[in-house]
Design a protein around this ligand. Structure first.
Ligand code: NAP
Length: 248
């Protein structure tokens, strides 16, 4: 048994740690190479794209991979589609480790957006001081907005100027509720824009917005997040059970 973990998430990291602790399981973690100093999971790590689903299928064969766990982020739609196609081509089992989406409570003020462009439209309508928690690849949609000042939080500061009027905070979660409340108050934020990533590490901003009565433009997950061709589990523990079952 040799497992490929498609990672770049807290869950991918944790799965590698726990497989290492389990012992006797051969596995490789794969990172896309997007962040400058990613957290290094236990065990062997490879970095960079595979070259589409064909490239991934070739990699699976060349490395003698017998099982794939797709633990990538819920918004990582392309690699997830490639994983399904490549696992099918190579005839090997694939598991999707996907944290559940957040759901709105009665006292949340969420405005749903299907993608970044729709979220940008909401920001243009609202204006003011807006907290964006998106990746650098998603900022282009907000570039032409002139009636807002943006506070942008991302893991690495962007290399080029992404927006008109903005400030960047380079930080990696988890974030505490206390810190998020302070941040929103200090920057006089009137609107929060977030992706429905799920999980606990970045949920505090949603809770902080609720407590402060602020609206949140919530970008929904891309439809490919789940594929009926691979079973899905919500937790690292359940993914470990799947591995144990396949170990026999
Ligand atoms: P994506 O749009 O689905 O994938 C774009 C391309 O990046 C893929 O076609 C693949 O290139 C390569 N790639 C993605 N994940 C990879 C991995 N784990 N190992 C090797 N190659 C990978 O992905 P994305 O949304 O840009 O996310 C990139 C990485 O960042 C993922 O590992 C994801 O878990 C992590 N991440 C994403 C988000 C987010 O909001 N999207 C948030 C936190 C972390 P080839 O076609 O050349 O194979």
């Amino acid at each position: 048994m040799r497992i490929l973990i498609l990672g770049g998430t807290h869950e991918g990291f944790q799965l590698a740690e726990q497989l290492a602790a389990l012992g006797g399981v051969d596995f490789i973690s794969s990172l896309a190479g997007r962040t400058r100093a990613p957290r290094q999971p236990a065990g062997r790590v490879r970095t960079g794209g595979f070259g589409g689903s064909e490239g991934l299928a070739n990699y699976l064969r060349a490395e003698g991979i017998t099982h794939v766990v797709n633990a990538t982020h819920p918004f990582a739609a392309r690699i997830s589609a490639h994983a399904v196609a490549a696992a099918e081509t190579a005839s090997i089992p694939l598991l999707r480790l996907l944290r559940p989406a957040w759901t709105a409570r009665h006292d949340d003020r969420w405005v749903a957006a299907r993608h970044a462009a729709e979220a940008a439209e909401q920001c243009r309508r609202e204006g003011g001081r807006i907290f964006l928690t998106l990746g650098s690849g998603e900022l282009d949609a907000f570039a032409e907005i002139r009636n807002a000042q943006f506070l942008v939080r991302m893991v690495d500061a962007p290399e080029r100027q992404p927006l008109g009027d903005y400030r960047v905070i380079a930080a990696r979660g988890p974030f505490s509720l206390q810190d998020e409340l302070r941040l929103l108050a200090e920057h006089h934020i009137n609107l929060v824009v977030a992706k429905n990533s799920g999980g606990e590490a970045t949920y505090a901003k949603i809770e902080a917005a609720r407590r402060m009565g602020l609206p949140v433009v919530m970008i929904e997950r891309p439809p490919i997040a789940l594929d009926p061709r691979s079973p899905a589990v919500p937790t690292v523990g359940a993914a470990l059970d799947w591995v144990r079952q396949h170990l026999g």
